[in-house]
Design a protein around this ligand. Structure first.
Ligand SMILES: NC(=O)c1ccc[n+]([C@@H]2O[C@H](COP(=O)([O-])OP(=O)(O)OC[C@H]3O[C@@H](n4cnc5c(N)ncnc54)[C@H](O)[C@@H]3O)[C@@H](O)[C@H]2O)c1
Length: 321
């Protein structure tokens, strides 16, 4: 099979490219390197099974040409990271909505199956217990840039789903919860690489708010294994799957664990949300995935814990210094 990965130079996309080439598939990557880096593709760039195109998903003609040249499309390109979304809301919205429309229109034109990568952010402020695929979305005002990513990803899912239900396009939808591991960068607000990097440098680990907010973190290797099951399964067509790890940890406990695992002498300091993101920033107190559906339909469950995640990120950061 020949796959197009949009956003393939990014964190998740590059691990997916490694896995597909590793099993003998061909991969074409389209990326504009806005948050991705070409070093992420070092493992595949010399392979005859791999090709890289520099460009944007907003370039309709390029998207159409590349979609027409492959068997299957994996759409991961997006403007991501809280700081990017809050600082450049219009650019983020355009990338995340118009880019997905371009990809879907090209897939329809050429009759190509497509995976759309959505996010647990679509649940917005819903901080209730484990969130399943049917859980409600609770999002704030459309005038708050913080919610524009949630709105765009929700629209992407709807667009994908209705291309499936109205045109019969084989669309698969996944909602990734916090995914972490080597190659993820901390400067867009991703908490685990930010903490590990600070711990290795002996710098303060900055916890936003009181640190009681909890999150769950999946290792990117587990997430890629789930993505392969989804794209290989006919049962996944027209479906949405939550993908994540359901072990919950508070951000304060995470900071303590990172310090313990890295043997760091760093201190933990607090910063208000307003100071971190600007006045009026809203966050959810809890974010836990319900992953029963993907367990039942595809037999997937996460295998790697936070300890492995921290060790792998620390090893990666040390080797890239
Ligand atoms: N990592 C997570 O925890 C997480 C959680 C939920 C959803 N997701 C989704 O998974 C996907 C991959 O995220 P990631 O964590 O690997 O982020 P990432 O920033 O590493 O990857 C996104 C990639 O898209 C590229 N890109 C951005 N705009 C583009 C454009 N206009 N044209 C072409 N390429 C463009 C970037 O350069 C980058 O390589 C995204 O769709 C994201 O919304 C990720």
């Amino acid at each position: 099979m020949k796959y197009l990965i949009t956003g393939g130079a990014g964190f998740v996309g590059s691990h997916l490219a490694d896995a597909l080439v590793g099993r003998g598939d061909s991969v074409v990557v389209l990326d504009n390197l806005s948050t991705g880096v070409s070093e992420n593709l070092a493992g595949v760039s010399g392979s005859p099974l791999f090709k890289y195109f520099s460009g944007s998903i907003l370039d309709e003609a390029l998207v159409e040409e590349l979609v027409g040249s492959v068997d299957h499309v994996l759409h991961l390109a997006a403007a991501v990271g809280v700081f990017n979304i809050v600082d450049r809301p219009l650019e983020s919205l355009t990338t995340n909505v118009r880019g997905t429309e371009n990809v879907l229109a090209a897939c329809k034109k050429h009759g190509k199956p497509v995976l759309i990568t959505s996010s647990s952010e679509i649940y917005g402020k819903n901080s209730s217990g484990p969130l399943n695929e049917e859980s409600d979305r609770i999002i704030g005002s459309p005038l708050k840039s913080r919610w524009s990513y949630s709105a765009a990803k929700g629209l992407d899912e709807s667009l994908g789903y209705f291309y499936f239900s109205e045109f019969g396009l084989p669309v698969r939808l996944v909602r990734l919860f916090n995914t972490v591991g080597p190659r993820q960068v901390g400067n867009y607000g991703m908490v685990v690489p930010r903490f590990v990097s600070a711990a290795l440098d002996g710098a303060d680990l900055v916890v936003y708010g009181d640190g009681k907010q909890s999150r769950c973190f999946a290792h990117v290797a587990d997430v890629v294994a789930a993505l392969l099951l989804v794209i290989d399964s006919k049962d996944a067509v027209g479906q949405v799957f939550n993908i994540g790890n359901d072990r919950e940890i508070s951000i304060m406990e995470l900071a303590q664990l990172v310090i313990a695992k890295t043997g760091s002498s760093s201190a933990i300091v607090s910063k208000s949300y307003d100071d971190a993101y600007g006045a009026g920033f809203e966050d959810m107190s809890r974010r836990v995935p319900d992953i029963l559906k993907i367990k039942r339909v595809l037999g997937w469950s996460p295998k790697l814990g936070l300890e492995e995640i921290i060790t792998d990120i620390a090893t990666h950061l040390k080797s890239s210094k």
